[in-house]
Ligand binder design. Sequence first.
Ligand code: ZN
Length: 157
Amino acid sequence: MFKQIIEYITYIALFIFFVLLSVVCLLGIDVFAAEHIAGIDTSYIQHLPVEEPEPESEWVYLGKFQITFYCDCVKCTGNGNGITATGLAVEAHRTIAVDPSVIPYYSEVQIAGLSYTYQATDCGGAIKGNRIDVYVTSHEYALELGRWPEVDVWIQK
Ligand SMILES: [Zn+2]
């Protein structure tokens, strides 16, 4: 009899415990939701910062340059591993070797007569002053393109 009463009380206690737990959970969610809703400030939504449009890229004329062409062979680069002075791999229509004191590394460069936008990521022993060496994929092509004197060059500021 006594054991049955203990069991009965235990069941009641467990039942109450779960009911309280459920109430707390429900209240918790309710409170969270209320806070969440209260936290929304409609005036803030109306005044969300508008993203500034990217400023128009500005190309600055740099002057006349002598343009030559090179590939990643041993003859052209010494080591022939296709890794530029900045550590980036050579890329067709993109990599140019420059004198970094004239054109800073990573500058975006446009060369008259070449329809791509190049990036100054490489340098070369003979590339000093107003000289640019444009990377091409084969030595024959580099030779075929030859040397272009007095070519207009622009750099992106
Ligand atoms: Zn070569």
